[in-house]
Design a binder for this molecule. Structure first.
Ligand code: FES
Length: 221
């Protein structure tokens, strides 16, 4: 068996396959996540390891990601593909799966902690236009585009550390592939608010790489 080169690993997922998580479909979820990693040709940068019980059986199937130190809950087989698409390939931490991030004072099933989670919200939409219309009404008046490795809006260029993601709109379901996009509401430090539409498919414009560098409001200390 060839020895894996770990120097290129960016994410290491620990997939709980303890008894309680297995009873909720952890083996199938593991297979789905590994298949998605292979299909997206990311096995060189994302490594997976099956584990025994991680002590949060009621929240299973549990997935832990390092080096971020994020614990995910409820990664059941029917949700595993969407989880992989969001977290592994767009660096979105899905609210419905977020359990705990190292350094927090409490687990997210603590109501007190849930309050802070609400600062970044995820919505579902019927069409991209519908999501954009809603965000325009909320003051996201500019359009972000990717240009020369930076995000551009209103004639200005922004580095990822000048922006944060405040809302995410994602489509789920069967429809025209043109509607299978994620719509990000972005806020700049200078007060500018705008919208970035990123496709689920191939990262042809480099937006996926830039999004991965943006901060979600709730990830801030
Ligand atoms: S079996 Fe997965 S947390 Fe216990």
């Amino acid at each position: 068996m060839p020895i894996k080169d770990l120097t290129c690993i960016k994410k290491h997922l620990f997939l709980c396959n303890g008894g309680s998580c297995k009873a909720k479909g952890a083996e199938e979820s593991t297979a789905v996540i590994r298949r998605k990693i292979d299909e997206n040709d990311r096995s060189g940068s994302i490594h997976t390891t099956k584990t025994l019980c991680n002590g949060r059986c009621n929240d299973g199937p549990i997935v832990i990601s390092q080096p971020e130190g994020i614990w995910f809950k409820d990664v059941t087989p029917d949700k595993a593909a969407a989880f992989a698409a969001d977290y592994l390939f767009k660096d979105i931490v899905p609210d419905g799966h977020r359990l705990y991030i190292y350094g927090e004072n409490s687990i997210s099933d603590n109501p007190k902690n849930n309050q802070s989670m609400e600062t970044t919200r995820q919505f579902h939409y019927g069409t991209v236009l519908e999501a954009i219309t809603i965000l325009r009404e909320q003051g996201y008046g500019h359009d972000f585009t990717v240009y020369d490795g930076k995000l551009k809006a209103d004639g200005r260029f922004f580095c990822p550390d000048e922006l944060e993601i405040t809302d995410v709109y994602r489509y789920e379901g069967d429809t025209d592939p043109a509607d299978e996009a994620i719509v990000f509401a972005l806020s700049a430090q200078c007060g500018l608010k705008g919208i970035l539409v990123a496709g689920y498919g191939a990262d042809t414009d480099g937006s996926g790489q830039l999004i991965a560098q943006l901060h979600y409001r709730y990830l801030r200390p």
